[in-house]
Design a protein around this ligand. Structure first.
Ligand code: F6P
Length: 322
């Protein structure tokens, strides 16, 4: 029997590109003759029954906007049986035959719980952390990197005018990808990430040497999982002989108009997810790999845990950070 109705939600920390993915799901669904239900505020909307039928009008003028117009949330109820059961029952009651979950690892875990309760689920990896395995890039990473790049370019102007160093703290939770990739893109001298040990004494010596060689600024890129930028600056400031300032980029990184890459990735993931549901695939996450779009069992994604940082990216940041 032909599928009639699917639903889409965004969950967890938002990121730029989510709107592009929702738009692609809605438009691909409508052009395949499906009804598409948009769920508000992630899994909360499933539990509290906040949803509405989407039309092309619902997704007009959203492609260029950051965040998610369906809104997002981290939903504690989805960790437990009663919440999962209620969400699955509400979906079944609504006649939804397929659910597309756009979000990070916690959201995919929620998707797996629903898949185990008989809901056909396809997950779309979306998180600026780039910590989800079986995809080279998650949605939102590229825009976040561009945001960081813009901020650090500005910092370098003012740092050079005053012979200063800056400690810049990026997000990423316990994953250093964002900091390493941002360090390459901005030419940061030092990168501190949770995956690699570091020695503050050696960093101070290197910073001093660089300034003695005539550098007018230095950027230390610190992933939030590697430590607190202010505390790191406090440990360094009296040992280098020049001024140091701190910039915590925080949630600024998650917003803003999505880059072309994230808009296109959102389109590919959204259309790919709808097509997968229509082919009868379920309990899987779509991902972007060298050989194109790939589907991996949600169970395997969750079991694998954190995606390791690409060796090439790590190597680049080391070779260039002299
Ligand atoms: O997972 C995305 C992320 O932005 C992390 O990088 C960060 O640690 C966390 O979410 C912040 O969460 P919240 O928006 O709840 O403060």
């Amino acid at each position: 029997m032909k599928m009639k109705r699917i639903a889409v939600l965004t969950s967890g920390g938002d990121c730029s590109g989510m709107n592009a993915a929702i738009r692609a799901v809605v438009r691909a669904g409508l052009s395949a003759g499906l009804e598409v239900v948009g769920v508000q505020k992630g899994y909360h909307g499933l539990i509290d029954r906040h949803y509405e039928i989407m039309s092309t009008r619902s997704v007009s003028n959203v492609l260029q906007r950051g965040g998610t117009f369906l809104q997002s949330a981290r939903c504690k109820e989805m960790y437990d049986e009663p919440g999962q059961r209620l969400a699955a029952d509400n979906l079944k009651g609504l006649g939804v035959e397929g659910l597309i979950v756009i979000g990070g690892d916690g959201s995919l875990r929620g998707g797996l719980a629903l898949a185990r309760r008989g809901i056909p689920v396809i997950g779309i990896p979306a998180s600026i952390d780039n910590d989800i395995p079986f995809t080279d890039m998650s949605l939102g990473v590229d825009t976040a990197l561009n945001n960081i790049m813009y901020a650090v370019d500005c910092l370098k102007d003012t740092a050079s005018s005053h012979d200063r160093a800056f400690v810049v703290e990026t997000m990423g939770r316990n994953c250093g990808y964002l900091a390493v990739a941002a360090a390459i893109a901005t030419g940061a001298e030092v990168t501190l990430i949770p995956e690699e040990p570091f020695d503050i004494g050696a960093i101070c010596k290197d910073l001093r040497r660089r300034f003695d060689e005539g550098r007018s600024n230095s950027i230390l890129m610190v992933a939030e999982g590697a430590g607190n930028a202010q505390q790191i600056a406090d440990q360094i400031k009296d040992r280098i002989g020049f001024e140091i300032r701190v910039m915590i980029l925080g949630h600024y990184q998650r917003g803003g108009s999505p880059s072309a890459f994230d808009r296109i990735l959102g389109a590919r993931f959204g259309v790919g997810a709808v097509e997968a549901l229509m082919r009868g695939e379920q309990g899987k996450m779509i991902g972007l790999t060298r050989s194109g779009l790939q589907f991996t069992e949600l169970e395997k994604v969750i079991e694998t845990g954190k995606r390791p940082i690409d060796e090439i990216v790590l190597k680049l940041s080391k070779v260039l950070g002299i």
